[in-house]
Design a binder for this molecule. Sequence first.
Ligand SMILES: Nc1nc2c(ncn2[C@@H]2O[C@H](COP(=O)(O)OP(=O)(O)OP(=O)(O)O)[C@@H](O)[C@H]2O)c(=O)[nH]1
Length: 348
Amino acid sequence: MCQLRHVTGRNERHIPVVVLAGFLGAGKTTLLNHVLRNAGGRRIGVLVNDFGSVDIDSLLVSGASGGTVSLPGGCMCCTTDAEGLGDAIAALSAAEVGLDAILIEASGIAEPPALIRLVLAARSATASYGGLVYVIDSSQFLSTIAGHPMVGGHVAVADLVVLNKADLVDGDEMARVRDVVREVNSTASLISVSDALIDPGLLFDDAPDRPMDDGPRQLSLDELLHDDHHDHSHLHAEFESVSLDRVGPVDPRRLARFLERPPAGAYRIKGTVLVDLPGHADQAYVIQAVGGVVRVSRQPWGDLGPATSLVVIGSGLDVASAEAALAGVLGRDADDEHGILHLTRHLA
Ligand SMILES: Nc1nc2c(ncn2[C@@H]2O[C@H](COP(=O)(O)OP(=O)(O)OP(=O)(O)O)[C@@H](O)[C@H]2O)c(=O)[nH]1
């Protein structure tokens, strides 16, 4: 159980809590280690059922006590079970811990649909659901889903399906795997990779600028392992994004609908928007959405002043139709008095 102290307090940042699941041997640990190694300065917390079940690059673990281990670069790893999950998320997302994202490795904690419910129920003031990443062994998937139909139910609730072990299948088999995944989940982001080499930027934002530390410090995992990873840009599978950059006001009803039913292939949507209505334009609406789970908050406009900036990040996005759908949130239906309620009901 995670022993970190939970401190309540005001914190504008919402840390994404990403759930990682997949059938036995699909590549979950490979993905976890890859993301930790290529965190790019992001500080990532990991929640697992027990340390023994996940072979995190534990040789690099710098300290362990009371169910918590510290990883170099400020990362944390905690053990928990389903009952303790809410407390563990609250503890890890406390501002003083200074994490940028939390990853939960599902095995042994709960089934993916139950785990999503637990994360949503945890709804800590500083953490928000960051999506379910479901890893598939593409070479085994067709027989796995035939033998274990519950796998279909797990794929169905995924926001990103990682079609891993692409090196073991030819193009035709990968196409069949994609078709079967699409039959049970028509909207998730899909990405084909080997060795789970996804770009962590698909899952989380870049690390915030942190003050330079002139004194001695722990090396981060990616620095420690740099010799293994000479050229990161060629290692990662690409993702797509479409965006609006400092444009005019949005129609709140159409925006809410877009966020609740994002375009196929979208993984997450974020940004700040201008709602040009009396009492609403004085502050920015801050938007975060993953798989139709929407979180809205309000904050003062920054130095650049009121404008709408939104980005949709995904893999397998149809860029042209995603751009058209995104542009469709702009403008305002003058007669729609109650449209704003569709957005404000998502206020955290
Ligand atoms: N050929 C190939 N092997 C892979 C790939 N990704 C992972 N592996 C191997 O597949 C095996 C299982 O990978 P893990 O990352 O341990 O899978 P897991 O989902 O964490 O496994 P469990 O925790 O046992 O369910 C390991 O031997 C990996 O090295 C890949 O893309 N291609």
